[in-house]
Write a protein that binds this ligand. Structure first.
Ligand code: HEM
Length: 224
């Protein structure tokens, strides 16, 4: 009995390193957002309590995840430029091509298909670049806040750079306020990002959430 040929072919899009760092970054940002808002509004214990451990443990979690985010941001920048697969770098060709923008924007209104040179569409690429720059901003402001509390070890080593950043922002209060405000950008991004990833899977039957779990994407098979 003849077996039916599959209608889809499997294509490797994300390496194990890219998948691991994606989920590490996602987890650290979720914990940073929750712990960061707690640091600014410690609602679990009364104002006149002597129990300072809750705040201490939450700050500890924030700092551990903060340093994870700093490391992942650096490693991901390296992988973008130097990984063996150029599937991410290739996406930049679509950013420079106005036709790709029109194709992607039309696809959001259910008009036409989707063609990419790399793994991301142009709007997706620009959004991820903006989120990466915001992560760099959070790392710089976070490390500045850190160096102002811990004056020895790494905090001491960062003191010179942290003083420069503090002055450039017009004082430590502004560093803290902007570190707080930009947290909202991550919350807005997360909601849209999850919505779009699920929507892509439903609309195009590929480039969906499973690709960043398994590493594989599925494309309609060309029989010609
Ligand atoms: C997406 C990333 C991050 C988010 C969403 C985030 C969020 C926040 C928020 C909302 C606060 C409270 C600010 C306030 O007092 O109103 C905070 C404080 C702080 N964050 Fe972050 N943060 C992030 C990354 C980092 C990084 C990378 C570091 C550095 C390793 C860091 C270190 C700190 C420090 C030291 C404080 C002050 C803690 C205190 O006052 O006790 N943060 N963060």
């Amino acid at each position: 009995m003849a077996t039916a040929t599959p209608a889809y072919e499997r294509v490797k899009v994300f390496s194990a390193a890219i998948r691991i760092f994606h989920w590490l970054r996602a987890l650290s940002i979720v914990i940073l957002t929750a712990s960061g808002f707690y640091i600014s509004w410690p609602y679990l214990v009364g104002a006149d309590t002597t129990d300072v451990l809750v705040q201490g443990w939450i700050r500890y979690a924030h700092l551990v995840c903060g340093f994870i985010l700093c490391a992942v941001t650096l490693v991901r920048a390296y992988l973008y430029f130097f990984s063996k697969s150029d599937i991410e770098r290739r996406s930049f060709q679509d950013v420079k091509n106005y036709r790709s923008w029109i194709i992607q924007l039309k696809s959001y209104f259910w008009i036409g298909g989707l063609e990419h040179k790399g793994v991301y569409g142009p709007l997706q690429y620009v959004t991820y670049l903006a989120v990466t720059l915001l992560a760099v901003f959070m790392c710089v402001t976070g490390l500045t806040l850190y160096a102002n509390v811990y004056h020895q070890g790494m905090g001491g080593a960062l003191w010179g750079a942290a003083s420069w950043v503090t002055e450039a922002f017009g004082g430590l209060a502004w560093v803290r306020i902007l570190h707080h405000y930009v947290t909202w950008a991550f919350i807005i991004f997360l909601v849209i990002h999850i919505y779009m990833a699920v929507w892509m899977g439903i609309r195009f039957k590929h480039n969906a959430v499973d690709a960043i779990v398994s590493g594989y994407d599925y494309h309609p098979k060309h029989t010609d």
